[in-house]
Design a protein around this ligand. Sequence first.
Ligand code: ZN
Ligand code: ZN
Length: 232
Amino acid sequence: MSACIWCQKEIAIKLSITDLLMFKKLQPRTVCESCMKRFELLDFSSVCPDCSRRQTSSEVCSDCLKWRKQSPDYLFRHQAIFAYNAFAKEWMERFKFDGDIRVASMIAPTLKEAVEKITNVETVVPIPIASSSLAKRGFNQMEIMLNYAGVKYSTLLENRSSGENQATKSRLERLAMEQPFKLKDDHAVHSIKGQRLVVVDDVYTTGRTIRYAAECLVDAGAASVQTVSLFR
Ligand SMILES: [Zn+2]
Ligand SMILES: [Zn+2]
């Protein structure tokens, strides 16, 4: 028996007949069923295909129609995994701001699955955080997530922004920000040519950040860039 990392209650292991018959190796779980249920998986039949916004249809949303007009040559496809609901915000608070990195293990398997489902991916690139944020927090949350998920990644990008808190900015201020990303070094410049990449981030808000990261990589010669976020 082990305790749930979130609520500390004992995790009951329910074995099905199939588990018993298959002698399946059981993955050690770190989160109980009722805590896991508080994360809401997005349903692909009712989200915008470009940005995973929740809506009643699966048509491109009005924001994405604007993005498409702005960069007609680049087909942006973003996949978010969970809804950014109240529990997700609480989880993020504990992970990112309180620095309890163990909670990453709660959804790391779901992230791994989502990344592995994307075909032909050669390199996974976590979104870098500003150096001032890194100094304050001590870690890049997406690198921690990928470590817990057991997904190999390359830190090819650098974030040159001043690291002012995005959360306090208005939608317009976020959209007006300048391109904060550049390739980290010569090695990064050489290694992305012709590569199929997946960029991963924590939350898709306006899309501005993750689109800048994708644009930076496409402009530098990546063959394709898909993006994934934990939340939308
Ligand atoms: Zn729990
Ligand atoms: Zn959209």
